[in-house]
Design a protein. Structure first.
Length: 368
């Protein structure tokens, strides 16, 4: 089973859609089963790869991998289903798969063919989470499926241990780290030369938390980039990056921000979707992970933004952080057209300049 790694080119899209954008519903026939939680649905508009929401199944290297996949195949192959999309990536759409009124994620849990993911991982609503948990509890009590194999760990634990083993192996084989000092503190010594951006990028293994989304389709006059995936039937509209200097406990922190609109359906049908805003930065230890709450002040009007995802990655001596937040349409409207836009993330505060706000307006116009 293939899982997305941190910070590929489509992670910005994936995390933004996890913030509960309006659901899209599809009906069709299951024509293939790829693994214990992923099916291919033939819809009127074409084939769609769909994953059952809020569950995990054994990895290929774990016991019962094929058994669970075959169990799902027997349940759904050639059957009519309804799929309610929740989260999107370029590889798969995750959501609720319903057959004859039955939520198949719950059925897999009840049969002991899957593990239920925690709310801290998914943000699943409490009522629905409780129903899922009850089905899992019954399967566990009856020692069905994954609960019948002593010591079988949930897939996410198995992956974490595997990744840690690979990390330890890489660390053991890694040559001595070359420290890149960009801003030397001791000015009494011979000054170190200022590193060029491309040299810093090379020194940090070419790492870039803001990969361009289809940069060949970026409007040269506005900087707005567009992308559409006909296979998965979703598209994105993205602003160019803008920088702001945020003041906080450790001094000035340079942060890049971008805004995005994700929509579902036809390429020219952008009515079903949602807005988001992201912030990316790098620091020695990570400055936002302890307090990533976002507050926006648009001409003095306060917006506390709740729907958020924070991911971070350590590269050399730097920790790269990417924070993504969902914005309601009304909030985006007021933010984009404000004369003054202030930003506060945790203990750091700054302001988004007029050029960046203008890009937000172009984003809203491009969406229409």
């Amino acid at each position: 089973m293939k899982y997305l790694k941190l910070f590929p080119a489509t992670l910005f899209i994936l995390l933004l859609t996890q913030a509960a954008f309006p659901q899209s519903k599809f009906s069709g026939q299951v024509v293939d089963v790829l693994d214990g939680k992923t099916v291919v649905i033939q819809t009127v508009g074409g084939k769609m790869t769909a994953a059952l929401q809020y569950i995990e199944v054994p990895e290929p290297e774990q016991p019962l991998y094929r058994t669970v996949a075959e169990h799902l195949r027997k349940l759904v192959i050639n059957k009519r289903v309804e799929f309610r999309a929740q989260r999107v990536s370029t590889e798969v759409i995750a959501g609720q798969l319903v057959m004859g009124g039955i939520d198949l994620s719950q059925q897999m849990l009840r049969d002991g063919a899957a593990w239920h993911m925690g709310r801290d991982q998914t943000g699943q609503g409490m009522v629905e989470w409780t129903a899922y948990a009850e089905n899992q509890s019954q399967a566990r009590a009856e020692k069905l499926g994954v609960w019948s194999v002593p010591g079988l760990k949930p897939a996410w634990e198995f992956r974490a241990e595997k990744e840690e083993a690979l990390r330890q192996k890489a660390m053991a084989e890694k040559p001595a780290t070359v420290v890149v000092e960009i801003n030397p503190v001791d000015q009494t010594k011979t000054p170190m030369r200022r590193w060029k951006p491309e040299e810093v990028l090379k020194a940090t293994a070419g790492y870039n938390p803001w990969p361009d989304i289809n940069k060949d389709r970026r409007d040269p006059s506005t900087g707005i980039a567009t992308q559409y995936d006909p296979a998965q039937k979703f598209g994105t509209i993205e602003t160019p990056g803008a920088f702001l200097n945020m003041q906080g406990p450790a001094g000035t922190q340079r942060v890049e921000t971008r805004s995005l609109y994700v929509y579902f359906g036809g390429e020219n049908s952008t009515s079903v979707g949602g807005y988001g805003i992201g912030f990316a930065t790098s620091s020695k230890d990570g400055i936002f992970k302890k307090s990533p709450n976002l507050v926006l002040l648009a001409d003095g009007k306060k917006f506390d933004v709740k729907a958020m995802k924070l991911v971070s990655k350590k590269v050399g001596d730097l920790t790269y952080e990417l924070l993504l937040y969902k914005l309601e349409t009304d909030a985006m409207q007021e933010i984009a057209y404000a004369d003054k836009l202030e930003v506060k993330i945790g203990a750091y505060s700054g302001a988004i300049d007029g050029e960046a706000r203008n890009s937000m307006r172009h984003l809203m116009l491009a969406r229409k």
